[in-house]
Ligand binder design. Sequence first.
Ligand code: MF3
Ligand code: CO
Length: 272
Amino acid sequence: MRKSDKKVQPSNVNFSLVKTAEEIKLIERACRIVAETLGLLEKYVKPGVETIELDKIAEDYILSHDALPAFKGYRVENKEYPFTLCISIDDEVVHGLPGNRKLKEGEIVSLDCGVRKEGYYGDSAVTYPVGQINEEKERLLKVTQRALELGIEAAIDGNKVYDISRAIQTFVEANGFSVNRELVGHGIGKRLHEEPAIPNFVPPLLARRQYPNLKLLENMTLAIEPMVNAGEYKVKTKEDGWTVVTADGKPSAHFEHTIVVTKDKPIVLTYR
Ligand code: MF3
Ligand code: CO
């Protein structure tokens, strides 16, 4: 989710962010399709495949399971996202557009997939290696995936949003990488992007109003999504208006799960 997307809301909206058992069942169904789509795509991630082919495979799978691609037609700043997946290669951080580019040995490719089914959303992302990748990229994938796990472990009833942020940022920085400051995780349910925003960094004092540090409550559903750069955290958007790339050209990885907050161990709805 883009920073500019979210609206600050009073913290008494908390309770509407807590889902009923019925709603969680529906979110879980959307999440199953997301996870199956990303799992299916893994075997197509090979040198020579065009990214638009991956998008087509994902769209066909989702449509044939009575669901809709959540990103297609999604409006951000008056533009509609035109594809099923966001596909971001190497220095592309997120929101890369599928097209005729062919995957090459040694690249890393982030696949971000959202689904709407029966009025509820699921959202998940994974970064896959294309064939053999170098040591830095290997470590980047491991660290980002572990950062997601640590963020998820912090998402328990009674904790706050910044506990997730801190868990992610601390681990990533201890490993010499950096976390994105422009894009954040989010609540999810009847909408793809709900409150609370979940930054992957602890906001500096002056930015704290922008990211309310809400208390996490049992049965909130959250999309936690660390975006980790191998180099510096600065990013820019390409001329296509969508693709976010690292400013220094170094690689970036993205892992995301939709989870349910519980009293102890969170439930990962988009596990593969
Ligand atoms: N997982 C991304 C997010 O939460 C979804 C991309 S939004 C779209 O922001 F605009 F590309 F559809
Ligand atoms: Co998301």
